[in-house]
Design a protein around this ligand. Structure first.
Ligand code: ADP
Ligand code: G6P
Length: 462
């Protein structure tokens, strides 16, 4: 069996908590089989980076996984991570052209760091290794590796959505960027909608020949593409739920909110998550269905994220102001409508938090998949489960058809769906939960990993 080498911008110690779907999923999928996990250490050095070779890589062992990481200089971080990855690719791929800031220097910095990562990774690779590259930070990595003579099988999985071709075409470097995908043997995306957009882009903008469904030919190479919806480790989550941290959390929540109906949101503090609209939807619920006043409490946990990118600072202020107004307009001496907590919750406590809540509000404006939706369902008591209110624009909506789907821009729609969720009879809750759990179990993180790696091994390389 070949060794798996995972490459992602952010590498996190498998024994430490992480917020973000990629880290959680990669961690779960490497834990059993082991392998190498290569990428940025998360550290920024103030001095200009020295050397371009192996001297920048640090290798540590964590269980059966070797973590090979390198620091970035401040300039590299600003150009590649903050500048291009998160001020161009993240907003554009989430359909937010209004937030994109195009700057040629950032594009050059992005390419430079991809070259650098390829240079450092190359000597770690053995001929039979299968390389699995993740996410938008590293789109040109295979092209850089190929230019260095690397002939390994290389697959790429994009965790974020693929927008329609004309949105992608707004990126000044889109031709270069998308052409570089042809250096992979397999490109995986989260949903059928993403796959359709990718195929249309390749056919119209890159003039690729569609050899057959999911197989494209252009620039002298054949590329296979497919949808591999990412999942969670249901069993691991179930055992976390039985742990003392989770049980304590559940008990604390039940004591603290004994007379309340709880709603929950758990997200990174990111504009793609539709947080302001969600809070306004909750406000609308209190307005239209006043029986929820003094009764329903929304617990919104938001982990700070990408704080040196402007749009994130603005969101933080907007959230402070919306939550402050909601509490001061509707709060009572003995009840506050929103508990807004800008922090990470320890992963071990998450199942207890989810289980204490009757409704989850997962309302991103766009999301590649959204793992919180799946975690919430997996944490429920099957005999008395909570209800998922889910944005139709999350990749997860394609799979989770028995959730209550909402348009996340429509705050009135959120209010109505939330009211239906809060008042849903037990029988219907159980029926929906059962159907959803069947799909979450079937398409779990192990299915995702195996389906992708099997397809990569079988991809026709030419
Ligand atoms: P994204 O990858 O965009 O952050 P996902 O919903 O797919 O969104 O994945 C988020 C992951 O990070 C989930 O596993 C979730 O439990 C975790 N997470 C997100 N926000 C927090 C938070 N505030 N505290 C703890 N874990 C979080
Ligand atoms: C999403 C992205 C990941 C990213 C994570 C956290 O899940 O798809 O690539 O790692 O968010 O964001 P950060 O910028 O902190 O790595």
């Amino acid at each position: 069996m070949s060794r798996i080498v995972v490459v992602s911008n952010r590498v996190s110690d498998p024994h430490k908590p992480a917020a973000g779907g990629l880290a959680v999923a990669v961690k779960e999928s490497l834990r059993k089989t082991g392998g190498i996990w290569f990428g940025w250490s998360g550290r920024i050095t103030d001095e200009p980076a020295r050397g371009s070779g192996q001297e920048r890589v640090r290798v540590e062992t964590s269980g059966n996984i070797r973590l090979a990481t390198m620091d970035l200089s401040r300039r590299e971080y600003e150009m590649y991570y903050a500048g291009y990855s998160n001020n161009v690719l993240w907003p554009v791929f989430h359909y937010r052209l209004d937030l994109a800031q195009f700057d040629k220097r950032h594009a050059a910095g992005y390419r430079h760091v991809n070259q650098l990562l390829a240079q450092q990774l190359r000597p770690l690779l053995e001929p039979d290794d299968i390389v699995w590259v993740h996410d938008y930070h590293l789109i040109p990595l295979a092209a850089e590796l190929r230019a260095m003579g690397c002939e390994n099988r290389i697959g790429f999985f994009l965790h974020i959505p693929v927008p329609p071709p004309l949105i992608l075409a707004a990126i000044p470097e889109h031709e270069w960027l998308m052409r570089s995908l042809f250096s992979y043997d397999l490109v995986g995306v989260q949903s059928q909608a993403d796959l359709t957009h990718l195929e249309r882009y390749m056919a119209t903008e890159a003039k690729a020949e569609i050899v057959r469904d999911g197989v494209l030919r252009a620039f002298g190479r054949t590329l296979q593409i497919g949808a591999f919806p990412i999942g969670i480790d249901v069993n691991e989550f179930a055992s976390l739920a039985k742990g003392t941290e989770s049980m304590d959390m559940l008990e604390t929540m039940r004591e603290e909110y004994s007379r309340r109906q709880l709603l929950v949101g758990v997200d990174r503090l990111d504009y793609s998550k539709g947080l302001p609209q969600r809070l306004l939807g909750f406000r609308e619920l209190l307005e239209r269905y006043p029986e929820n006043r003094s009764r329903a409490t929304l617990i919104q946990i938001a982990a700070p994220s990408r704080e040196d990118v402007d749009a994130y600072g603005e969101l933080r202020q907007q959230m402070d102001s919306i939550c402050g107004a909601l509490n001061s307009d509707y709060g009572e001496l003995d009840w506050m409508p929103v508990r807004y907590i800008r922090r990470n919750v320890a992963r071990k406590r998450l199942p207890g938090l989810y289980r204490a809540c009757r409704v989850a509000l997962v309302t991103p404006l766009r999301d590649g998949m959204n793992l919180v939706a799946k975690e919430f369902l997996a944490a429920q008591d099957p005999a008395d489960p909570g209800v998922l209110v889910l944005s139709r624009f999350a990749g997860a909506a394609e799979q989770l058809t028995e959730a209550l789907h909402v348009n996340p821009y429509d705050t009135e729609g959120i209010a109505h769906a939330t009211q239906s969720a809060l008042t849903m009879p037990l029988e219907e809750r159980v029926k929906r939960h059962e159907a959803l759990m069947t799909r979450i179990r079937r398409y779990d993180v192990h299915w995702w990993r195996n389906a992708f790696l099997d397809a990569l091994e079988q991809a026709v390389v030419a």
